[in-house]
Design a protein around this ligand. Structure first.
Ligand code: ADP
Ligand code: MG
Length: 323
C-alpha cells in the first residue's frame, strides 16, 4: 500500500486539571513510512508518552485529544468509538511500554498470554496458537521458545520479558508500533541489541516504528528520522544523520552535548542550563528561551516550525548555522 503507515497532523492533547489546562501535546505533526524508524526524542516531561498514548487511543480523563488528525494506513482514528479503537489496538497499532509488565499478566504462562493476544483478533486452533506463540518467541531471539511457553513472566529476566512484550506487539504484523522507552530500564548492552533486532524485524515486516526515548544516543544509529520534542511541540526534525551531525535548534545542540561519547572519560558533560518549564502556564513565545543563550526579544513570539533546507525543519528564530 502506498502512503505513510501513520500520518499525524496538528495533534493536541490537553489535561484539564484542577490547576488549569496542561498542554502536554500541542500541535504535533508526524509521518512514518512502513519499515522505517522515527525517533521521538526529548527530555522527561516533553510530551513523548502522551503523544504515544494519544496515537493508541489510550488518553483518559482528565486528558483529552482536543485537535488534530491521526491517520493509520489512511484511516482516520480521531472520532472512532472505544470499541473500534479496541479492535485496532494490538492488531493494526501496538505499543511496547517501558515496563513489560504493562503488557504481561504475572499469573499467566507466557504461552497462554500470547495465545490470548492472537485470539483477541483472530480465530485459531489451540495447536496453531501454540505454534505461533513459539514462533513469535523465536523471532525475538528467545532460546528454546517451545519450552519457554510454559514459563511465567517472573521466570524471565527483564530483557527477556521485554522481548516477549515485543513479540506480542509484532504478532499481528501491525502497521505501526509505538515503543515508549522500551529499553530504558535495561542494561546498556541489552538496549542496543534489542533496538537493533527490533529495527530489523520492523524493517523486514514492513512495520513503521516510533521509538520514543529521552536518550539521543539510543536512536542515533538506527532511526531514519528524528523529531525532537520540547514542551509539547516538535522543535526540530529531519533525517537522523543530519539532525545528529548538524543540529539547528539550540536545544538539540544541548541534548547532543550532554550525550556521553565524544567527551573525555571522567570529564563532566555539559548539561542544558535550567529545567523544562511547567506546561501549566507556558509564557508566550519560544518555550526554550529562558534556557537559551541565543534568545532575544524576537523569541517572545512563538517561532513556526519552518523549513530549513529540505527536509529539515526547525522551530527557532535564531537557528544554528549548518555545520
Ligand atoms: P515524557 O514522556 O516526554 O516524559 P509525558 O508525555 O509523560 O512526558 O508528559 C508530558 C506532560 O503531560 C507532563 O508535563 C505531564 O505532567 C503532563 N501529564 C501527563 N499525564 C498527565 C495527567 N494524567 N494529568 C495531568 N498532566 C499530565
Ligand atoms: Mg514518557
Amino acid at each position: 500500500m502506498s502512503g505513510p503507515a501513520l500520518e499525524v497532523r496538528g495533534l493536541a492533547t490537553h489535561f484539564f486539571s484542577r490547576e488549569g489546562v496542561v498542554k502536554a501535546v500541542d500541535g504535533v505533526d508526524l509521518s512514518v513510512a512502513r519499515g522505517k524508524v522515527l525517533g521521538l526524542v526529548g527530555e522527561s516531561g516533553s510530551g513523548k508518552s502522551v503523544t504515544g498514548f494519544s496515537l493508541m487511543g489510550l488518553v483518559d480523563p482528565p486528558g483529552r485529544i482536543v485537535a488534530g488528525s491521526i491517520k493509520l494506513a489512511g484511516r482516520e482514528l480521531i472520532g472512532l468509538s472505544g470499541e473500534e479503537m479496541r479492535r485496532l489496538r494490538g492488531h493494526k497499532i501496538a505499543m511496547v511500554f517501558q515496563d513489560p509488565m504493562m503488557t504481561l499478566n504475572p499469573v499467566l504462562r507466557i504461552g497462554t498470554q500470547i495465545a490470548l493476544a492472537i485470539r483477541a483478533h483472530e480465530q485459531v486452533s489451540d495447536a496453531d496458537a501454540r505454534a505461533r506463540a513459539a514462533a513469535a518467541l523465536g523471532q525475538v531471539s528467545i532460546p528454546s521458545p517451545a519450552e519457554r511457553l510454559d514459563a511465567y513472566p517472573h521466570q524471565f529476566s527483564g530483557g527477556m520479558r521485554q522481548r516477549v512484550a515485543i513479540a506480542i506487539a509484532l504478532l499481528h504484523r501491525p502497521d505501526v508500533i509505538v515503543a515508549d522507552e522500551p529499553t530504558t530500564a535495561l542494561d546498556v548492552s541489552i538496549q542496543g541489541q534489542i533496538l537493533y533486532e527490533m529495527q530489523s524485524l520492523a524493517a523486514a515486516m514492513g512495520v513503521a516504528l516510533i521509538w520514543i526515548t529521552h536518550d539521543l544516543a539510543v536512536v542515533s544509529s538506527l532511526a531514519d528520522e528524528i523529531c525532537v520534542m520540547y514542551a509539547g511541540r516538535i522543535i526540530e526534525r529531519g533525517p537522523a544523520d543530519e539532525v545528529l551531525t548538524s543540529p539547528r535548534h539550540p536545544y538539540t545542540r544541548g541534548l547532543l552535548d550532554s550525550v556521553p561519547g565524544d567527551a573525555a572519560p571522567g570529564s563532566a558533560l555539559p548539561q542544558i542550563q535550567g529545567s523544562t518549564p511547567s506546561l501549566l502556564r507556558l509564557p508566550p513565545g519560544c518555550a526554550f528561551r529562558q534556557r537559551c543563550d541565543r534568545a532575544d526579544q524576537a523569541c517572545g513570539a512563538m517561532p513556526e516550525l519552518a523549513e530549513s533546507g529540505k527536509p529539515r525543519q526547525v522551530r527557532c528564530h535564531h537557528p544554528l548555522a549548518t555545520a
